[in-house]
Design a protein around this ligand. Structure first.
Ligand code: HEC
Ligand code: HEC
Length: 522
C-alpha cells in the first residue's frame, strides 16, 4: 500500500473541543506587559531601506527568542509529573535502567528518547533550579528543554523549537531543524502515562489517535496540522462550522531558520510570502480565537526579527581551502543558477544573490507528495486570510518589518519546489524537504542513496558530511521498541522518496569531492 487513507482532521478538532477550556495562561499577561517595550521598534516605515537602528533589530530579535521559549501559545501538553513518569512506559530494559537512575539521569534519558535538548548554555532561563540535590554533580539536570515552554507550575507546552531547534552534532542550536524530534512516540507515551496517573488527556494525545503526527523521528506531519486547522477558520480567522475535509498525511523535515533572511517566499513550494503574521499559523488551535492573533501580532514582529537575525553555525572541522576553491567554481557553473551564490560582504548582497527559483515538479523529480498535498483552494484561502494580508492593515506605521514585502502575493499554483538557500547546509541533515537523504555526499551521488537507513551516532559523518548512518535492507519490525523502529527512514514509503535532483551527475568523482568541500564553507 503506497498511500495512507486520508483521515478527517475534524475528528481532532472535535476531540480538542471536548477538552476543558484553556486555562488562561500567563501568555496573555506577558504579552500585555510587553507592550511597554514594544514602542522601541515601532518606527519601521515598511519601505525598502533599512533605516531601522541595528540595536532595535537586535532588541527585537532577543525579545522574539525569549517570547518563543517563555510563552505558551497553545494549551499545555502535560505537566512535570507526567514528564518525570514517562520512563515507566518505556520498554523493559530501558525502564530498568531508568529505575536505577537518579531523577536527573532519567530526565536526560527522556530528553534523548524524545529528541529534546537543553537550551544553549548562554540562555538566560535555561537552567532549572528545581532539580534538587546540588551536591550530586553527575549528570546535571538537563533543565528546561529548548523545545517546550515550561511555566512556573511545571506545565509543558510545545513551542516552535520542537521542530525548529535541534542539536547540530551535539550542540543545541535554536533554528536548526530538530532531526531527532519524536513527537508521535512522546505523545503515545504521554497518553499512557496520563492514563496511569488518572490525568485527563490533551489535544495531542487525542488528536494522534486519528491523525499521524510523524512516522519517522525527526520528521512530522506538520503541514497537515496547519491545513486542517485553517479549514475551520474564515478569512479573519474566526472559527466556523464546516464539513470535515480530508488531507494527505505526509512527513516533512523542518527547514533551518538561518536562511530565512534570504528568502522572499517560504516553504518548499515557496507559496507564502514571508511575513510576521504567517509565522502564527502554529497557534491555530480552536482554543485561540481571532483576537488571540491580533493580540500577539507585535510579539510575532519580534519573532520575525529573531528569525531574520539568525545565521548558520560555522563548520567546526578543517576545510581543504584549495579543494573548496575549485568546488566554488564548479558550484557556480552547476548549482548557483538555482541555489544562488555565497560569501557576500553584506546581507543586502546575499539577499540579492539568492534567485528564489521554482523548479517544476517533473523536472526536480524529488518526492511529489508535498506538492500535491496542498490544494489550490487551500492556498487561495490562505491568500485571502489575515495571515497573508499584513499590508492591508490601516495602521501603516506598523505594517511590517523592514524586510517584509509591502505587497504580499500568495502563489496559489506553484509549479514545483523552490531551490532553498544552502547556507549552513552542512548542519541541517538530513536533506530534501522530506529528510530522505542522510548526507551531502548522498545528495551528490543520487544512485548511491540508501533505501532504508538509520542514524547510529550523534557525531557528524565527516567524510560524507551529514548523519552517521547504517544502511539496512528493511525496517526490523520485530524490534520491540517503537522508538527504535521509528528511527529508520524507509524511502519506499509514501511521501518519503529519495529520488530526483540528479544535477550532480554532471560532475565526475573529483569534481563532486570539490563541491562537497565547498559546501562545508557555506
Ligand atoms: C511540528 C513541527 C513544527 C512546528 C512546531 C513548527 N514548524 Fe515551522 N515548519 C515545519 C515544517 C515541516 C516546515 C516545512 C513546511 C514546508 O516547506 O511545506 C516548516 C516551515 C517553517 C518556515 C518556512 C521556512 C522556509 O525557509 O521555508 C518558517 C518560517 C516556520 N516554519 C516558522 C515556524 C514558527 C515561527 C513556528 C512556531 C510559532 C513553527 N514554525 C513551528 C514544522 C514545524
Ligand atoms: C535546476 C535547479 C537546481 C540545480 C541546478 C541544483 N539544485 Fe539543488 N535543489 C534544487 C531544488 C528545487 C531543491 C529542493 C528539492 C527538495 O527538497 O525536494 C534542491 C535541494 C538541494 C539540496 C538539499 C538542501 C536541503 O536543505 O535539504 C542540496 C544540498 C543541493 N540541492 C545541492 C545542489 C548542488 C551541489 C547542485 C549542483 C551540483 C545543485 N543542488 C543543483 C534545485 C537545483
Amino acid at each position: 500500500m503506497r498511500s495512507l487513507t486520508p483521515v478527517p482532521i475534524a475528528a481532532v478538532i472535535l476531540l480538542a473541543g471536548i477538552l476543558p477550556a484553556r486555562a488562561e495562561t500567563d501568555s496573555n499577561e506577558r504579552s500585555s506587559k510587553r507592550d511597554d517595550i514594544r514602542l522601541v521598534t515601532s518606527g519601521h516605515d515598511g519601505g525598502q531601506s533599512n533605516n531601522v537602528d541595528e540595536h532595535d533589530d537586535q532588541d527585537a530579535a532577543t525579545r522574539g527568542y525569549e517570547f518563543l521559549v517563555g510563552n505558551a501559545l497553545l494549551p499545555s501538553d502535560f505537566d512535570q509529573e507526567v514528564f518525570d513518569s514517562l520512563w515507566q512506559s518505556w520498554p523493559k530494559e530501558l525502564r530498568q535502567k531508568a529505575e536505577a537512575a537518579s531523577l536527573a539521569e532519567r530526565r536526560t534519558m527522556a530528553f534523548r528518547r524524545y529528541g529534546l535538548t537543553p537550551r544553549p548554555s548562554s540562555d538566560v532561563g535555561g537552567a532549572t533550579s528545581s532539580s534538587g540535590d546540588q551536591s550530586e554533580p553527575t549528570p546535571p539536570d538537563p533543565g528546561k528543554p529548548l523545545q517546550y515552554v515550561v511555566d512556573e507550575e511545571g506545565r509543558w507546552t510545545m513551542n516552535c523549537f520542537s521542530c525548529h531547534g535541534g542539536s547540530v552534532y551535539g550542540t543545541p542550536t535554536p533554528g536548526a531543524p530538530n532531526n531527532r524530534f519524536a513527537l508521535q512516540t512522546l505523545t503515545e507515551e504521554v497518553r499512557r502515562t496520563k492514563f496511569r496517573l488518572g490525568k485527563s488527556l490533551g489535544r495531542m494525545e487525542l488528536g494522534s489517535l486519528v491523525v499521524p503526527l510523524g512516522t519517522t523521528h525527526g520528521t512530522t506531519n506538520a503541514v497537515v496540522f496547519g491545513q486542517g486547522l485553517m479549514h475551520y477558520r474564515d478569512d479573519e480567522l474566526n472559527l466556523v462550522q464546516r464539513a470535515p475535509a480530508s488531507f494527505t498525511h505526509h512527513d516533512m523535515d523542518a527547514p533551518p531558520w538561518w536562511h530565512f533572511y534570504r528568502r522572499p517566499y517560504i516553504y518548499i513550494d515557496g507559496f507564502a510570502p514571508k511575513g510576521h503574521r504567517g509565522l502564527m499559523q502554529f497557534a491555530l488551535v480552536p482554543e485561540n480565537d481571532a483576537e488571540f492573533f491580533r493580540d500577539n501580532e507585535d510579539a510575532f514582529r519580534d519573532v520575525y526579527a529573531y528569525l531574520s537575525s539568525l545565521r548558520p553555525p560555522k563548520y567546526p572541522l578543517p576545510v581543504d581551502a584549495k579543494l573548496a576553491e575549485s568546488g566554488r567554481h564548479l558550484f557556480k557553473q552547476n548549482c548557483a543558477e538555482c541555489h544562488g551564490t555565497y560569501g557576500h560582504e553584506s546581507d543586502a548582497e546575499s539577499i540579492a544573490a539568492y534567485p528564489n527559483r521554482m523548479i517544476s515538479i517533473d523536472e526536480i523529480g524529488t518526492d511529489p507528495v508535498r506538492h500535491q498535498a496542498l490544494s489550490v483552494a487551500g492556498r487561495e484561502h490562505y491568500a485571502r486570510s489575515w495571515f497573508a494580508n499584513a499590508s492591508k492593515v490601516a495602521n501603516s506605521s506598523k505594517v511590517a518589518n523592514s524586510s517584509e514585502a509591502a505587497e504580499q502575493k500568495t502563489i496559489t499554483e506553484p509549479a514545483g519546489y523552490v531551490a532553498p538557500p544552502l547556507d549552513g547546509v552542512w548542519a541541517s541533515a538530513p536533506y530534501f524537504h522530506n529528510g530522505s537523504v542522510p548526507t551531502l555526499w548522498h545528495v551528490l551521488n543520487p544512485k548511491q542513496r540508501p533505501t532504508v537507513w538509520r542514524r547510529v551516532a550523534d557525531e557528524i559523518d565527516a567524510e560524507r558530511i551529514g548523519l552517521t548512518i547504517e544502511s539496512v535492507s528493511r525496517v526490523p519490525l520485530e524490534e520491540p521498541d517503537v522508538a527504535i523502529r521509528r528511527g529508520y527512514f524507509d524511502t519506499r514509503r509514501f511521501g518519503k522518496s529519495a529520488a530526483g535532483h540528479d544535477y550532480p551527475d554532471a560532475l565526475d568523482e573529483g569534481e563532486k569531492r570539490a563541491v562537497l568541500e565547498y559546501l562545508k564553507t557555506l
